[in-house]
Design a binder for this molecule. Structure first.
Ligand code: GTP
Ligand code: MG
Ligand code: ZN
Length: 362
């Protein structure tokens, strides 16, 4: 690569990204990666030093939605000041992938989780958190973000071998292509296979409920307890999240991993391909429905319902599919409505301003 330091390359910067930067921008700015997101600031790194950064005013004013703000993992153009102790972010570069979710509650808004992730680890603990329907929810989000999912089943030390095999079979029965890795932070089983999976230069992300052992895993991969987990922070009230912000961590192996706070509620926002990919066997079945616009809720000649009746498709999986389809079309609709309202408001402002200006002129 031209002009790009070895450090940036190790950090995941590549030709695809370089092509997105104009020569003028390369002269004017430095390239850096967002390694942590704070309330109103960011930590960015060029692979050598981590620096606190803020957004340039123009970026804030022109931002139309949360997507326009940097997320952890993003590549940005920045200027460094005060002997490289402070930086201003001018632009967020194109993203290879983006993980986002609908924010909890009725409001139709979304939140960025991470950008430029190659592989997302969906973590569920074998002892209490494992749930196929929740897993499907995460899969929809990850597939929608065009990211490869891998399922990690934590706390394998708390179950016997048979129970672990049964749970893995349950997943493989409906999603045979999905990679599933059981592991334990406690007795370290499975950690070696995990380390083998993680490649240098790629960025991974840990997703899953609070308390499943995401941060403990990172500490294990680092070989020391660098980050706060539930046990090392006894003062915290029970039920609180141990991890409070998203950050990207570099491992000695050269792989990078993003830790995220556990999610209580996982709403998906306008999911299309994510749903299709996660429920691919339902999509295949639907091709055989009598009506091409079949909604699979009671139509004559519905192949999906037929499969449920024959026991070829589990009723729970079918219901979860319907539920998520409904949610996503609802979210999509209200989002469009919201946009329409925003546009009308924009027009109103324009008319008022015009009126004001023409008054000034007279
Ligand atoms: N038995 C057992 N306990 C574990 C394992 N991994 C983590 N724990 C415990 O589970 C608790 C939660 O671990 P964390 O790593 O803080 O969980 P987290 O997923 O990062 O949680 P949030 O940051 O709140 O999202 C801690 O008390 C850990 O010691 C494991 O493999 N086996
Ligand atoms: Mg944590
Ligand atoms: Zn149908």
């Amino acid at each position: 690569m031209n002009n790009i330091s070895n450090n940036l390359e190790k950090f995941g910067f590549d030709k695809w990204l370089l092509e997105k930067v104009t020569p003028e921008s390369l002269e004017q700015f430095d390239i850096a990666r967002v390694v942590a997101v704070h309330k109103d600031s960011y930590t960015i790194s060029n692979g050598e030093v981590d620096v606190l950064a803020e957004l340039v005013g123009k970026l804030i004013f022109s931002a139309a939605s949360p997507v326009d703000y940097p997320a952890v993992g993003d590549w940005v153009l920045a200027n460094y000041y005060d002997g490289n102790t402070f930086a201003i972010i001018h632009e967020v570069l194109s993203r290879k992938s983006l993980l986002k979710r609908k924010t909890p509650g009725k409001k139709v808004d979304f939140q960025l989780i991470a950008a430029n992730i190659d592989v997302a680890f969906i973590v569920q603990s074998l002892n209490e958190n494992f749930n196929l329907r929740r897993l499907e929810r995460y899969l929809v989000m990850v597939n929608e973000g065009k990211i490869q999912p891998i399922v990690l089943l934590s706390k394998s030390d708390l179950l016997d071998h048979e129970d672990i095999t049964r749970i893995m079979d349950d997943i493989q029965k409906i999603m045979p292509d999905l990679q599933v890795v059981p592991f334990s932070n406690e007795n370290e089983s499975g950690l070696d296979s995990l380390k083998m999976i993680m490649q240098s230069g790629l960025t991974y992300c840990l997703l899953g409920s609070s308390g499943v052992g995401k941060t403990t895993l990172i500490n294990n991969l680092l070989g020391e307890s660098v980050y706060k987990t539930k046990t090392t922070s006894r003062k915290e009230s029970k039920g609180r999240h141990a991890t409070t912000h998203r950050q990207l961590i570099r491992l000695d192996s050269g792989a990078m991993i993003v830790d995220t706070p556990g999610m209580r509620e996982l709403g998906n926002f306008s999911v299309g391909t994510g749903l299709d990919e996660t429920f691919s066997e339902i999509i295949t079945l639907a091709e055989k429905c009598h009506f091409s616009d079949c909604t699979h809720v009671g139509e004559k000649g519905c192949a999906v319902l037929g499969a449920v009746e024959k026991g070829q498709l589990s009723a729970e999986r079918y219901q979860n599919y319907l539920k998520m389809t409904k949610e996503s079309s609802y979210n999509e609709m209200s989002y469009l409505e919201k946009r329409k309202k925003d546009k009308q408001f924009g027009k109103l402002i324009k008319t008022v301003m015009k009126h004001k200006n023409s008054q000034k002129g007279t």
